[in-house]
Design a protein around this ligand. Structure first.
Ligand SMILES: [Zn+2]
Length: 111
């Protein structure tokens, strides 16, 4: 996983972002455009892609939420249903989870 951090005068900004690619542009996950993108050089420093998060730098909250949703798009309600089902039949719950993941990933990409 790569991170986009703002680099200025030898220092990293305290908040980094996850990245995603939209139309060939790699930029922050919290923006759909995505803006800022890799290589952007605003007044406030340069945006750089790093593969290791520098010490003392944390991930932006919106990026964290987006990432969570991407990793697991199932709503809490569906998770609870799967939990209940798993008590009776773990295998059925696994199959159902696969199905739901396909459905919710499709929903996400059609948005
Ligand atoms: Zn962000």
């Amino acid at each position: 996983m790569d991170y986009l951090v703002r680099f200025r005068q030898g220092n990293f900004h305290r908040v980094a972002h996850y990245v995603h690619e939209v139309n060939g542009v790699v930029g922050v996950l919290c923006s759909r455009k995505p803006k800022p993108a890799v290589g952007d050089q605003p007044q406030s420093g340069q945006w750089k892609l790093v593969s290791v998060l520098p010490p003392g730098v944390r991930i932006c909250l919106i990026c964290q939420k987006r990432k969570q949703k991407l990793d697991n798009p199932l709503p809490a309600r569906v998770e609870r249903e799967l939990e209940l089902l798993a008590r009776w039949d773990a295998r059925a719950a696994d199959l159902q989870r696969e199905k739901m993941l396909v459905i919710y990933r499709q929903k996400q990409s059609s948005r």
